[in-house]
Design a protein around this ligand. Structure first.
Ligand code: TMP
Length: 246
């Protein structure tokens, strides 16, 4: 590590030497990888982590080896970044600084955990991925950030790689925020930096998810999250079975 001349990790493998890049990580997702990458997205309190865990258990019961992870905070370095990002004053970063930090977390997550797992045929279920950055840092902030900046960050950090399936859990943000604040009551460190933004921010990001889903229907599925945990789990299993012909 440390050389200014080195190999560049991409989702397809290692590219040739690039003078301005640090020497990087050897394991990346191969194009013929057998592992599937499923992401869960949605606003606050929509039940993503509960549903992700249930899906992970279901896949294990079907002998599908899988890894449950999250952004931000899916790695040790990511946990440190998560502390910075989800606690404290809501205005301590602007949207660009936020996006850069989320992308730093994402790059470490992909190169050290997600791509190596997919390369080994393990399915990866991630609680949030890059669509969260578009939803929160672009739509949430009422499109005040240039979207091209986020697209470029995606290219630099992620390349052509993308989820095989993205499940958006959709619900009225008022209900979601209530749930989320209730959950935070039991936390030693309050992870409510984004929750403390005004309702309009959360309504914008919800609309953003729905717009993204309309633009890429082959990747996204939007599910009504305002139902029982069991009912929603059945819907998710149905989607996954259909999508991956299980
Ligand atoms: P979580 O509460 O779903 O664990 O996510 C942490 C917070 O970080 C949540 O408020 C959404 C926010 N977030 C962004 O604003 N941009 C991102 O790119 C990601 C991954 C999360």
């Amino acid at each position: 590590m440390g050389s200014l001349k080195g190999k560049v990790a991409t989702p397809r493998g290692i590219e040739g030497e690039k003078e301005w890049q640090m020497e990087l990580f050897p394991e990346c997702k191969a194009p013929d990888s057998k592992g599937m990458f499923i992401t869960f997205e949605g606003g606050e309190g929509t039940g993503k982590s509960t549903q992700l865990k249930l899906l992970s258990d279901y896949l294990h019961s079907q002998q599908i080896n899988n890894l449950a992870t999250k952004e931000p905070g899916g790695t040790e370095i990511g946990l440190e970044l998560r502390q910075l990002l989800v606690t404290g004053d809501k205005d301590k970063f602007d949207a660009v600084a936020e996006a850069l930090l989320y992308y730093a977390d994402r790059r470490v997550h992909l190169t050290t955990k997600v791509w190596p797992a997919l390369n080994n045929g393990v399915w990866v279920l991630s609680d949030r991925f890059a669509d969260s950055t578009v939803a929160y840092q672009y739509y949430g902030y009422d499109k005040r950030v240039d979207k091209r900046l986020l697209d470029e960050l995606y290219q630099i950090a992620v390349g052509d790689f993308k989820p095989d399936l993205t499940i958006v859990l959709d619900m009225d943000p008022k209900t979601g925020l209530e749930r989320s604040f209730k959950k935070a009551l039991g936390m030693a460190t309050k992870e409510t930096r984004h929750e403390s933004r005004e309702l309009a921010f959360h309504e914008n990001l919800r609309r953003g998810y729905l717009e993204m889903a309309r633009q890429e229907p082959e990747r996204f599925v939007v599910l009504d999250a305002d139902k029982s945990i069991e009912r929603l789990h059945i819907d998710i299993v149905q989607v996954v079975k259909e999508r991956f012909k299980l």
